[in-house]
Design a protein around this ligand. Structure first.
Ligand SMILES: [Zn+2]
Length: 361
């Protein structure tokens, strides 16, 4: 174990057991940790381990909170537990839990494939090296969203093991069949079942508590893939059939009254994630004809007219849809998309192509 105050040149700090500094509050603890870290806690059976990752994005507190809480008061684990803290430096940057990553660095959830030419990539490679030497049963990666969402999971396939794993937290699933992004989940899901849990809105204390509650269930269950009795609801698996984007040249704002942008979207529309939005719902107000939204299907073909009607003042839905991953963040809407149009699938549904996106996780 390292001692406090060590100059950090290691890309990844590795701890055996929970350090006593975990007794400090979260902010002080993260200052002490200083960078990416891996904590290996012993369970009754040390031949196997489960992995919980959190904080790959510095602006998503729930993973940091859950891991700190587990280190502060570790429950009794049936098998070894490996906790991974991600972008601690980004989380520490003033004003705290604000930056997804440092401005000169890459997104820490896009660096798990490819070269190891940066300290962040070296840290990722160290984590993978460490895990490769162990028998990993299951992996979970905790995240938050920028919009208002119920808790849900992102899975790469609908296998029963993934459904059962996420069930420690939620009954909602979004299946991602898209292009490789170099995420932690993509790499780890090749060696054992893995899921991402989107715990809810960043900064919402109840999202942090949900993250921790599920983590305790996952890490203390005798069998991680046994059906959880926590939720009564049937598993609801969605796949995305289209995405709604804002063209590059179109200016966009979220507000109750337009103040000059081409498009204005009412605040709070993100509250309808995973709900049915009826045909005729006004999605956006147009200040001028240039203000428009574009819908593309899973193959990248434009299908705007199938979903949206552009009248002189409003953009309305032409059919009922279930939106997922709908944001109320202008930057996210412009750089990725405003929302995905989802449809329910059978748990065992065949994989379909998925629109390329940077949004999941
Ligand atoms: Zn994230």
């Amino acid at each position: 174990m390292f001692s406090p105050g060590t100059d950090l040149i290691e890309p990844l700090r590795i701890f055996s057991g929970a350090p006593r500094q975990a007794e400090q509050n979260l902010a002080d603890f993260l200052k002490w940790v200083g960078g990416p870290a891996l904590f290996h806690l012993r369970g009754r059976d040390s031949n196997r381990c489960r992995v919980l990752c959190g904080g790959l994005h510095g602006n998503e507190p729930s993973g940091f909170f859950a891991i700190h809480s587990l280190l502060r008061e570790p429950p009794e684990f049936p098998v070894d537990t490996i906790l991974i803290l991600g972008n601690v430096k980004a989380a520490l940057q003033d004003p705290g839990f604000y930056y997804r990553m440092l401005s000169q660095e890459e997104d820490m959830n896009r660096i798990w494939t490819g070269g190891v030419h940066t300290p962040l990539r070296q840290a990722a490679a160290e984590v993978l090296r460490y895990l490769a030497r162990r028998r990993v049963e299951a992996v979970v990666d905790l995240h938050n969203n920028s919009g208002f969402y119920p808790i849900y999971s992102v899975i790469l396939n609908g296998a029963p093991s993934r459904i059962a794993l996420a069930r420690h937290w939620t009954h909602r699933y979004v299946r991602y069949d898209g292009a490789s992004l170099g995420t932690f989940l993509e790499v780890l899901d090749r060696i054992c079942p893995g899921v991402v849990i989107e715990c809810g809105q960043a900064g919402d204390p109840s999202a942090d508590l949900r993250a921790l509650d599920g983590a305790v269930r996952f890490l203390t269950a005798e069998r991680p893939f046994a059906p959880s009795r926590e939720f009564q609801e049937d598993a609801a698996v969605y796949r995305c059939v289209a995405r709604v984007t804002v063209p590059q040249e179109v200016s966009l704002e979220f507000g109750s009254t337009p103040t000059g942008s081409d498009l204005t979207i009412r605040p709070g529309i993100d509250r309808h994630n995973f709900e049915l939005l009826k045909a005729g719902t006004r999605l956006a107000e147009r200040a001028r004809p240039a203000g428009r939204l574009v819908v593309t299907d899973a193959f990248g073909r434009e299908v705007t007219k199938r979903f949206l009607e552009h009248s002189p003042r409003w953009i309305r839905l032409t059919q009922d849809i279930v939106p997922v991953m709908m944001t109320n963040d202008g930057r996210a809407a412009k750089s990725d998309c405003l929302l995905y149009v989802a449809e329910r699938v059978d748990v065992a549904g065949a994989a379909e192509p998925f629109p390329r996106s940077s949004r999941p996780a």
